[in-house]
Design a protein. Structure first.
Length: 229
């Protein structure tokens, strides 16, 4: 995983608020390389092991509701690059045209099979393809929709120094995010003004304290949190 030189970063990221985080990561370039090797190796093995279960899930989704198997919303990853994320579809087709980009508790757009997948985070299994492709990593700031990145404060751009991740310390602490948004008259506004700033405190903390062992601990913590639910 290559960290660009400061002068090669996109213009919007070359701001004083991002510089301290870049300097920390620059000193840990070797660990960034290990991170990418781990991502490629583990995602390849998991895709082989989980191929049959993923086929079963795909059949369940198609049997439960109309629409594609995968949900391919545009998200933002390292250096502000846009990509189309792979997730199993858990909502009715074209759900993002029927309401907010974030999901609230008891969201009527979620299908029966989709709710079961969400409960155990099985809808995120296809993101292994994104990890293998280099668009994501196992651990990193969750990939946000473009409209939310457009609302970032300058210091938040530091999270874009690394690829987006399937999980993170923040993901564990905010695993019940949908319930926090439940009842809001304007979920998008509530997310941007109240939840995103709190999440970013943890995301920036993770960038500042980046190391491979911490990320392995985060992956274990995620597995424990999923099993407990």
């Amino acid at each position: 995983m290559e960290l660009k030189n400061w002068e090669d970063l996109p213009d919007f990221m070359r701001v004083p608020e991002v510089r301290p985080y870049w300097e920390i990561l620059y000193k840990r370039r070797f660990q960034l390389g290990l991170k990418r090797i781990f991502d490629v190796f583990v995602s390849s093995i998991l895709l082989i092991i989980l191929a049959f279960p993923m086929i079963v899930i795909a059949v369940m989704i198609k049997s439960d509701s109309r629409g594609p198997v995968f949900y391919r919303q545009e998200r933002v990853t390292q250096y502000g690059r846009k990509f189309r994320i792979h997730k199993f579809r858990t909502m009715v087709d074209h759900a993002d045209q029927m309401g907010s980009k974030v999901t609230v508790g008891n969201d009527s757009r979620i299908t029966k099979v989709g709710q079961k997948l969400r409960d155990k985070r099985l809808d995120e299994l296809p993101q292994l393809f994104d990890v293998l492709a280099g668009d994501m990593s196992f651990v990193g700031t969750r990939p946000e929709a473009v409209k939310y990145v457009d609302a970032y404060k300058k210091k938040y751009y530091a999270t874009l120094l690394l690829p987006a991740g399937i999980t993170s310390v923040c993901s564990i602490k905010y695993k019940d995010e949908a319930e926090l948004l439940d009842g809001s008259d304007d979920p998008d506004k509530t997310y941007i003004e109240e939840i995103l700033p709190e999440k970013m405190k943890w995301n920036l903390w993770s960038v500042r304290h980046f190391n491979v062992l911490l990320e392995l601990g985060t992956m274990v913590g995620t597995a424990v949190a999923v099993v407990k639910d």
